[in-house]
Write a protein that binds this ligand. Structure first.
Ligand code: AMP
Length: 178
């Protein structure tokens, strides 16, 4: 029998972990959504439906949870998959972008030959919180002179207003909101 899945089922499948990885952070654990075949398939197909006519040529996944749905979406959209990685992981020439965290700084990297200026790009990550990570990813993509950038999250934490930090020329859409 096929399991019934809708957005409400998807939302309820996300596990809340209080005070992880540190006190005061309410972690949304998406692994409990991805571990259910019917739910995982529903999430990927809803996101695919949203972008299927956008002409996406490259899907970018942000390490590491952005790789999971990012590669599925690339496959469904008949697009290439590009990883944005943490420092020191990519072996060839890179662009590098540092960004501010709550305490300190972090860096993301992309290969210099990953994209062309005529690519239509979809950047995917599992979750939008404060927006620092996606801001750095967009800055990395800007190195290639790309004019059309789409950004997708499985989950968006509306109360952190991360979306307000994203450049208004970028088209942002999230499947699930808290
Ligand atoms: P931010 O840069 O603040 O938007 O944080 C986004 C990144 O951190 C994403 O890659 C998420 O996987 C992770 N993240 C931040 N806050 C949470 C949270 N409350 N629950 C799960 N993941 C989070």
């Amino acid at each position: 029998m096929t399991k019934f899945v809708d957005l409400d089922v998807v939302k309820k499948s996300i596990r809340n972990i209080p005070d992880f990885p540190k006190p005061g952070i309410h972690f949304k654990d998406v692994s409990t959504s991805y571990q259910d075949g019917a739910i995982f398939r529903f999430i990927a197909s809803e996101i695919y439906d949203h972008y299927k006519d956008a002409g996406i040529t490259k899907v970018i996944g942000i390490e590491s949870r952005g790789f999971i749905l990012g590669s599925v979406l690339a496959n469904q959209l008949n697009a290439g998959f590009i990883p944005i990685r943490k420092p020191g992981k990519l072996p060839a020439e890179i662009y590098s972008q540092s960004y501010e965290l709550e305490y300190g700084f972090d860096t993301l990297e992309i290969h210099q030959d990953a994209l062309n200026s005529d690519d239509i790009v979809l950047i995917h990550d599992d979750l939008l919180a404060t927006g620092g990570t996606i801001g750095a990813a967009i800055d990395l993509v800007r190195n290639f002179g790309i004019s059309k950038i789409y950004v997708n999250f499985f989950v968006e934490l509306d109360f952190l207003k991360g979306v307000e930090k994203i450049d208004s020329s970028v088209s942002v859409w999230s499947l699930v909101h808290f």
